[in-house]
Design a binder for this molecule. Structure first.
Ligand code: ATP
Length: 714
């Protein structure tokens, strides 16, 4: 009797930190699809089932878009309010942030965020906001709030969801490539990440919410997959959904739906069929639309910039890394203490970036434009409004100090045990550097407009230079250098700023920064992070150019014990249980007999354990001496012998095989393109060995002179 006609619960699933077999998952989905389609002709109910099954993917995308958009809106509103809470409170209602508080007051447009309802802490406590004591009190409150927020964030992460720290993009990339990390996209991670992201961003640490928003969207995708059997039970299908969720995440993080789809394709996804492209597009669109309807900024615009992180290798060596709470305390204290005196670091990083991108229009009240406006007011109207004014040096000094601070603090912030993205800090660093260069050029053009490079297109007012554009290009270049994004980066920048005419400088910046960064080191931040954490990620971009053969990589090696195999019709339940107990391999080849070593198929350890345990409990007559059959037909048994156990249904009858002489470049290609988990090696038709994905990764590491054992997540 084949008691496994209906799969047992757990059969076909994977254990934590294991690699999935894409080929098996995709073929299971095809089987399921074929069955539903063939049944659909039998009854109306089956037809409805078939139609709803086909439609479920789109419905799931809609739900992901709605949930991700709503959470992003909630995060934006809360973070905005809590960021302003560090400076003061609104008397008209404590839940209003600074800008909303002043909406109803009768202040002018330029003074739109200075109104009587908004009280700084010194005004509230001392009754006035002037003088040294008021400054010190505001400073003190700023630091205290920052510490409170960041400590709460790290304690929540440490206590409830350790996976909620960091940006999550390297891990999502690894999961999408076919690795299982249980709980990484679960409900606790989602709840804690959402709360702590607000806290971390509000604390003023040098981090961004955009990378973590991708993680939040992927958690939404993973949780919503449980509503649909098709996605709940198939790891490959679920990864299609997660790819689309990542696109929705970027869509709401940057307000860039097309950039989100391209980001998912270029940067995070491993398997991205056309169908996923359309669904990602739909999910990104719904998410962006939902966020826009929530209107978190009150200006009908979506979110501005996006962050991911750099230089984790430095952090790995610090002793502080072992004490996450202390680490967060120290870094927040230093950040807050250094940030407050400089207006460019005191404001939130996204605010700073939008100021840096600013073109200093006539109505502009931003600090960066004050010198321009000062200048205009002293000079009168006969010159264009873009030139060197008296305040320029102070502004530039402050910006230069902000640049130094951002670079150093960001290095130490990334990798702390709080949600942290790298996009915003990288963009801020690039934008500051770009703006400084832009202003320097502006000064040159102003004082030396007769120089050959300026002559002909620069008038005396230096109106040919737009420092805001330099900042934008700098931000794109810096982010491109850190992440090595190209197409998606340009599209995100273009969607962020709405400046179609800047596409050419942005493209040039993205390409140049990629070349320069690749010349220094080939890895982008995500790949570096994946390598540092030892995740088993088989990079599709790198060429494999060595001349090794499958026999050089396969196990067992020359002096190892022979390959552990199961025979198709001669092993007892006890024999198989002994193999399971004595070895930890994830699967076993099934052969005709030990002598012939002719391959029949491959059986996964997990499926074997579940099936044997179940048979022992539920099937009558199964004892230690029962023979396990993987064959199609079992021989008739003498009446006195114990019942047999038929396990053909858990046998993979088409395991991938190569010969021992197959060049490794072909094997690596097969692993990459088909998403294999393991491949069996034969010689003259006889089974000889096995190569797993991790064996391939170890081999690549060895050829690159890295320690193969240090690179894998075990
Ligand atoms: P994962 O953790 O994703 O399962 P892995 O590479 O650790 O990947 P295992 O099946 O645990 O997978 O294999 C561990 C090592 O043992 C690998 O080097 C593999 O080549 C080897 N191996 C796998 N199965 C057998 C087997 N049946 N007999 C002998 N060696 C095996």
């Amino acid at each position: 009797m084949d008691f496994l006609e209906e799969p047992l619960p757990g059969v076909g699933t994977y254990e934590d930190f294991n690699t999935i077999d894409w080929v098996r998952e995709k073929s299971r989905d095809r089987d399921r699809h074929r069955e539903i389609t063939s049944r659909s002709k039998e009854s109306t109910w089956a037809l409805i089932h078939s139609v709803s099954d086909a439609f479920s993917g789109w419905l799931l995308m809609l739900l992901i878009g709605l949930l991700a958009g709503s959470l992003a809106g909630l995060i934006d509103i809360s973070a905005h309010w809590m960021t302003d809470l560090k400076e003061g409170v609104c008397l008209a209602g404590f839940w209003f942030n600074h800008e909303h508080c002043c909406w109803k007051s009768n202040t002018t447009f330029t003074d739109r965020d200075k109104c009587p309802e908004w009280k700084s802490w010194s005004q509230l406590i001392l009754g006035h906001g002037e003088g040294a004591f008021a400054y010190i009190l505001n400073y003190f409150m700023y630091v205290v709030w920052a510490l409170l927020f960041s400590l709460l964030a790290v304690l929540l992460v440490k206590g409830f969801a350790p996976y909620a720290c960091g940006s999550g993009i390297p891990e999502i990339k690894t999961i999408l490539s076919g690795f299982i990390i249980r709980g990484y996209l679960g409900k606790w991670t989602l709840i804690i990440k959402t709360i702590t992201l607000v806290l971390a961003v509000s604390s003023g640490l040098s981090l961004g919410k955009e990378g973590p928003l991708v993680h939040v969207a992927c958690c939404c995708g993973n949780i919503l997959c449980h509503l649909f059997t098709k996605y709940r039970k198939n790891e490959a299908k679920r990864r299609e959904v997660l790819s689309a969720a990542a696109a929705a995440g970027v869509s709401v993080a940057f307000g860039a739906p097309i950039g989100g789809v391209l980001f998912s394709l270029e940067e995070v996804s491993y398997y991205f069929p056309l169908k996923t492209l359309w669904r990602s597009f739909f999910a990104a669109l719904v998410a962006a639309f939902t966020l826009r309807s929530i209107n978190p900024f009150g200006n009908s615009r979506l979110v501005l910039f996006y962050v991911e992180f750099h230089m984790p290798w430095r952090r790995k060596t610090t002793k502080l890394g072992k004490y996450p709470v202390l680490e967060v305390f120290v870094v927040t204290a230093i950040t807050a203490i250094l940030a407050f005196p400089n207006e460019y670091t005191r404001m939130s990083t996204s605010e700073l970036i939008s100021e840096l991108f600013n073109d200093c229009g006539i109505l502009d009240s931003s600090k960066l434009c004050e010198y321009v406006n000062d200048f205009n007011s002293t000079k009168g109207d006969d010159l264009p409004d873009r030139a060197a004014g008296p305040g320029v040096y102070t502004a530039m000094w402050q910006l230069a100090l902000a640049l130094i601070m951002k670079v150093f603090i960001t290095i130490f912030t990334f990798g702390m045990k709080v949600p942290s993205g790298l996009f915003i800090p990288s963009m801020a660093v690039g934008a500051i550097a770009g703006r400084l260069l832009g202003v320097a050029m502006e000064q040159l053009a102003y004082y030396h407009h007769d120089w050959a490079i300026f002559s002909g297109w620069c008038s005396q007012g230096a109106d040919c230079i737009t420092p805001g554009l330099y900042a934008m290009v700098g931000a794109a270049a810096c982010l491109g250098g850190v992440t090595r994004m190209t197409v998606s980066l340009v599209v995100i920048m273009f969607e962020l700023t709405g400046g179609l005419e800047y596409i050419v400088p942005l493209m040039a910046a993205a390409m140049t920064s990629k070349w320069v960064a690749d010349a220094i080191g080939r890895e982008g931040i995500y790949d570096a992070h994946i390598r540092l954490n030892g995740y088993p990620f088989l990079e599709a971009k790198e060429e494999f150019s060595h001349k090794t053969l499958a026999m050089d990589v396969m196990r067992p090696r020359r002096n190892d014990p022979p390959l552990t195999v199961i025979t198709q019709d001669s092993m007892t339940v006890e024999d198989v249980e002994t193999i399971i107990n004595e070895t930890t391999y994830s699967g076993y080849p099934v052969v005709v007999s030990r002598e012939s070593q002719r391959l029949v198929g491959f059986v996964l350890r997990r499926d074997l354990i579940i099936s044997v345990e179940n048979a022992r409990k539920k099937q009558d007559g199964i004892v230690s001496t029962s023979i396990i059959y993987f064959t199609d037909h079992s021989p008739p048994l003498p009446p006195s012998s114990p019942s047999m156990l038929k396990l053909r249904s858990i046998l993979d009858l088409s395991p991938f095989t190569v010969t021992d002489q197959t060049p490794m470049e072909i094997v690596v290609d097969i692993f990459r393109k088909l998403g294999l988990r393991q491949c069996l090696v034969t010689h003259n038709g006889k089974l000889l060995g096995i190569i797993t994905k991790k064996d391939v990764l170890k081999h690549i590491a060895q050829l690159a002179n890295q320690d193969p054992d240090s690179i894998l997540f075990n």
